[in-house]
Design a protein around this ligand. Structure first.
Ligand code: GTP
Ligand code: MG
Length: 285
């Protein structure tokens, strides 16, 4: 499935990120735990070369826990502290705060040696659209000061939020960093809802999902819709439409509505906790 990208927009976004990074000590990268690689900015290591770094594998509640653990080890091997997260859960925020302190310990110690007390860590929260940046900041701050929403493009501009005396966070609009050479990246981003649905053919996306997560679908999809599994994506869609009574005039299965239902269920975790990318597929870089 081919998706359209806008290179001009990316160049501008990259420049802005470079500028914003000059304002902060720490980069908190939010990745989607289901697709850590496709949701990652491919230039990030170069852009943030001299910053403290942390990764939050967000929406971990929708990903397979064992795979998420493997990703945490993968990033640890690259020297980056990663934490699995459900950003809606405030209980995790203590762990995050401790991790921030640990990652930035050098800065705190340097400040102390120089007699600077209580200079907060300034952190930029970056990630693709809809990954949960604003939700995370709201949970961390303990108040819902930022607008959130289940569609890409909710945050329109940068905004600083003071957490407490020791941390200040910069919320940023989501940015997509497509890797043009890989069609899968676009598909994975579309599966999880980070690409505007207006430019997506839902049926085509759904067929791609059936192919991509083939093994999982052999049980999760038939179970959810009470149908027999089929290797043929069109057949699957027809069976789902029939079983859900989604019919067009003349009793023809409405495969478009069936596809929309599947994609919606996928994004809500109704097809189970599905990881779509695995560390073993990616060499060290
Ligand atoms: N299941 C689940 N949903 C989450 C999690 N974090 C955020 N969400 C939901 O994901 C949607 C997007 O959250 P936002 O915080 O608006 O995402 P954002 O990254 O700020 O998005 P943009 O501002 O568009 O770039 C919302 O509906 C949140 O409730 C999570 O850990 N698990
Ligand atoms: Mg936002």
């Amino acid at each position: 499935m081919k998706l359209q990208w806008y290179p001009g927009h990316m160049t501008k976004a990259r420049r802005e990120m470079q500028k914003d990074l000059q304002l902060v000590d720490l980069l908190i990268e939010l990745l989607d735990a289901r697709i850590p690689m496709s949701s990652r900015n491919p230039d990030i290591d170069r852009l943030a070369a001299n910053k403290y770094r942390m990764i939050l594998l967000n929406k971990a509640d929708l990903a397979d826990p064992k795979t998420t653990d493997a990703w945490i080890r993968y990033f640890a091997d690259l020297g980056i502290r990663a934490v699995a997260l459900d950003a809606r859960e405030r209980t995790m925020m203590r762990t995050i705060e401790d991790a921030v302190r640990e990652v930035c310990r050098e800065k705190f110690e340097r400040d102390r040696r120089r007699g600077i007390l209580n200079r907060p860590v300034r952190a930029m929260v970056a990630g693709i659209p809809n990954v949960g940046k604003s939700t995370f900041i709201n949970s961390f701050a303990g108040k819902a000061s930022l607008k959130t929403g289940n569609k890409p493009g909710v945050t329109k501009a940068n905004q600083w939020i003071r957490m407490n005396a020791s941390v200040e966070l910069l919320d940023t609009p989501g940015i997509l960093w497509p890797k043009f050479d890989d069609e899968k990246v676009g598909e994975h981003l579309a599966f999880i809802g980070s690409i505007n649905d207006d430019i997506i053919d839902t049926e085509e996306l759904c067929r791609a999902f059936f192919k991509d997560a083939g093994v999982k679908n052999q049980s999760a999809v038939p179970e959810r819709y009470h149908i027999e599994y089929s290797e043929d994506p069109n057949e699957l869609l027809e069976r789902i439409a029939a079983s859900r009574n989604l019919l067009k005039k003349g009793g023809i299965p409405d495969t478009e509505k069936a596809a929309a239902a599947v994609i919606d269920d996928l994004r809500r975790g109704k097809l189970g906790r599905i990881s779509m990318e695995y560390p073993e597929e990616y060499g060290k870089h």
